[in-house]
Design a protein around this ligand. Structure first.
Ligand code: HEC
Ligand code: HEC
Length: 245
């Protein structure tokens, strides 16, 4: 094939790659499974308590937070984050909103609230921090219930990530006060020799609040994937308590 005919193909392929990358980057702007209030506050950049009065004074007349509480013709906001625009059955949306094909999340909600979408007669909030506080409140109040333990899956990238056992040993020093041989007799499980997969499954379950222990929920939520992989590697290589000696 002559070079002159190949160039358009290369340009077309590059365009496709750029588009796909843009979509995957957009997808990263929010995590629909986020249910920890502190993590939500971090991500939304606001304070839920400060957002409550904004909701009450500017939204509550029209929008309820649950389907049951809905008394107006405006759509309720239950499960708002991750919901496609104009997607509730039984609501007569304006043509403007019905023609929008996006998911409600941080960026699109800021645009809506800042008046950058042509939705007729919708209130506008100009101050960015007010929008952040309000969205933190709304996202916390309408967050999905935690998954059931049986439904928790360890993401493949975490399952296959190589952990650094030396880093794991360093991080594990803070677990020892509760998870050591002495504590086991008081009912705290020993972690030595725990297979990587089992360890990661439990930690991901605490992260997603699928297991109720609040200390472990906080502990699991503060570690990055790399840190969890390192801890998993370290504990898997330790001798279980009833072996050897
Ligand atoms: C005067 C009533 C009214 C007030 C006040 C109001 N809204 Fe709305 N809102 C509506 C109506 C009606 C729609 C549907 C608009 C359409 O179809 O174009 C809507 C749509 C929305 C949607 C899109 C829902 C969907 O299912 O796609 C969101 C999100 C939203 N409003 C958030 C808010 C927030 C947050 C506030 C407070 C700052 C607020 N609204 C204040 C009446 C109101
Ligand atoms: C303040 C005490 C405390 C600290 C510190 C602590 N844990 Fe825990 N952990 C617990 C308790 C209590 C349980 C049992 C909770 C339950 O039944 O859900 C638990 C459960 C677990 C489990 C589930 C074990 C099983 O078999 O169900 C894992 C995994 C775990 N912790 C990992 C860790 C790691 C890793 C660290 C350190 C980074 C750590 N924990 C720090 C108290 C603690």
């Amino acid at each position: 094939m002559p070079l002159s005919r190949r160039i358009p193909i290369v340009i077309a392929l590059t365009a496709i790659v750029i588009t796909l990358t843009a979509i995957s980057l957009r997808g990263q702007t929010f995590d629909p499974t986020l249910t920890d209030p502190d993590a939500i506050a971090m991500e939304c950049g606001g304070d839920a308590l400060a957002g409550l009065p904004h909701y009450e004074s500017r939204c509550a007349d029209c929008h309820a937070l649950t389907p049951e509480a809905q008394q107006t013709t405006a759509p309720h906001l239950a499960g708002l984050y991750g919901r496609p625009a104009a997607s509730l059955a039984g609501v007569s949306y304006s043509p403007q909103l019905s023609e929008m094909f996006h998911i409600w999340e941080g960026e699109t909600l800021h645009q809506l609230l800042a008046g950058e979408m042509s939705i007729p007669n919708h209130p506008v909030m100009m101050v960015e921090q007010d929008r952040r506080d309000l969205l933190t409140y709304l996202r916390t109040e309408t967050r999905p219930a935690p998954p059931k333990f049986e439904d928790v899956r360890v993401p493949t990238h975490l399952l296959t990530m190589e952990g650094d056992p030396a880093y794991g040993e360093y991080l594990a020093s803070e677990c020892a006060s509760c998870h050591n041989a002495g504590a086991v007799s008081q009912g705290t499980p020993d972690l030595a020799g725990r297979p990587r997969e089992d360890f990661l499954h439990l930690m991901v379950a605490y992260r997603q609040r699928a297991l109720p222990n609040p200390i472990m929920q906080m502990t699991a939520a503060k570690f990055s994937d790399e840190e969890l992989a390192a801890l998993a590697e370290w504990f898997a290589t330790q001798k279980p308590p009833n072996e050897g000696g």
